[in-house]
Write a protein that binds this ligand. Sequence first.
Ligand code: ADP
Ligand code: MG
Length: 361
Amino acid sequence: MARVEFRNIRKEFVDDNKGTFTAVAGSDFVIHDKEFVVFVGPSGCGKTTSLRMIAGLERQTSGDILIGDRVVNNLHPKDRDIAMVFQDYALYPHMTIRENLSFGLKNLKKPKEYIEQKVSQAASILGLESMIDRKPRELSGGQRQRVAVGRAIVRDPQVFLFDEPLSNLDAKLRVQMRVELSELHKRLEATIVYVTHDQVEAMTLGERIVVMNNGIIQQIASPTELYANPQNMFVAGFIGSPPMNFIDVHKEGNVLRMEGGEFVIPDSMAAALSKYENEHLILGMRPEHITGEDIPVISNLDYTYSTKVQVVEHLGSENLVYFRVGNRTVTAKVHPETTGYPGMEKTFIFNFDKVHFFDPE
Ligand code: ADP
Ligand code: MG
């Protein structure tokens, strides 16, 4: 297995009509040996392009890519010792599962016994033994996805590359396959680079996550770190479900003035706030850090705000309550007993202990 490194990687696509488009604008990162790293970001942010450059299916405009200790810039995909699993599985429909799994190794002219051993090993790891002589059309979506993973496993690659492999599965199966992929990673002790636009998938699978937007890396961190310390408003608004709320505040001396009142800045928060030069700041607060208790326990880190409930969404164990602060909609994730109903006048408590600040974008 191996590490993967990007050194100032740029990728520009040149289009005769539209001119030059920068899909990846100078990426730098190191993916460690045996690490599970997820690239996440909205559609079009450069995830697939980055993955295809690791695979050698796309050539970078500038910069160096290393796999292990080798610079692989000029290496053909088949010489990079990687295996890629795609969203659409790309199985051969006329071949059995066994033939699908064997195909790549046969092309590499591996001995028959070696191929048989690798195929049965992969089938066993993925629970495909009982369907090994069936054709792909006789398999469910989840089973087909496993075959696609099996085709990567038999090759013993240094690095596994996954491009949105679960997006064609239904929600329940996706959750199940997530667990299977995590287990597989432990079992194979492999380096995995995994692309998804789904932040929940990224948070549950990744040991570290590379958050991208518009071809630019926004932050590289563990799921816990991304949640607790998002570096900018993009990351804050992308990670977490529902995403972080943003509220406009004005810093005036030792108070934060906001819609509905003001909050006296305690000493414990003063240092963190002093680094912002703008008077106008964006306060970020996660929905789970706003409560709707009827009888609040007020500390100097609580801010109470009374307003009309706009919309309620019932999720079961917790509910989402939407209301307005200034011209922004804010979501609170609250206990069913304190949910209330649309139109109701309600007091919310913001837990300023868990607050984030950003410069306005
Ligand atoms: P993602 O996988 O994050 O959705 P991609 O890496 O596929 O995004 O694409 C990033 C951007 O580069 C998109 O705007 C896409 O339209 C553009 N792009 C990707 N491949 C090509 C190509 N072959 N020619 C021109 N533009 C491309
Ligand atoms: Mg993509």
